[in-house]
Design a protein around this ligand. Sequence first.
Ligand SMILES: Cc1cc2nc3c(=O)[nH]c(=O)nc-3n(C[C@H](O)[C@H](O)[C@H](O)COP(=O)(O)O)c2cc1C
Length: 148
Amino acid sequence: MATAHVVFATITGNNEDIADIITEKLEQLGVDVTESEISQTDADSFEDVDICVVCPYTYDEGELPEEGMDFYDDLDDVDLSGKVYGVAGSGDTFYGDDFCVAVDAFGKKLKAAGATQGADNVKINLEPEDDDIETLDAFAQKLVDQAK
Ligand SMILES: Cc1cc2nc3c(=O)[nH]c(=O)nc-3n(C[C@H](O)[C@H](O)[C@H](O)COP(=O)(O)O)c2cc1C
């Protein structure tokens, strides 16, 4: 059975909702999933699974989640070769060029750690709605297909 770890950062709950949707879909696909909040998670826990997922919010005009900086920095010291990764997060299109930049930042970091991108980055405006849920389900399906 494939294994996955879904890590989220949230202030108002949108990214936790996104993580819940991805976790539920992965479980439906037969994956053994761990879901956790970023400040409670060690970056090296990604070394124990096949599929690594991050769901980050973006703050203060292009900033990463403050409570996720240890996790982000510690990704420099993990080896994720052979793993598949995906990043899906919520931001607010009001912020223009800074919309969901944390999603791209985590994607680059996971790639630099040696993981293979299993699905395109997903950027959601505020809370996930019905069409976003479809996008997230397809995202989870692609990650599983790539991990095979
Ligand atoms: C002070 C402040 C700054 C923000 N800056 C950005 C930003 O630069 N880019 C962006 O996409 N969203 C920005 N947002 C919007 C949040 O990322 C968005 O509300 C997101 O859904 C919050 O996720 P959460 O519910 O998981 O906390 C900002 C929100 C606040 C309150």
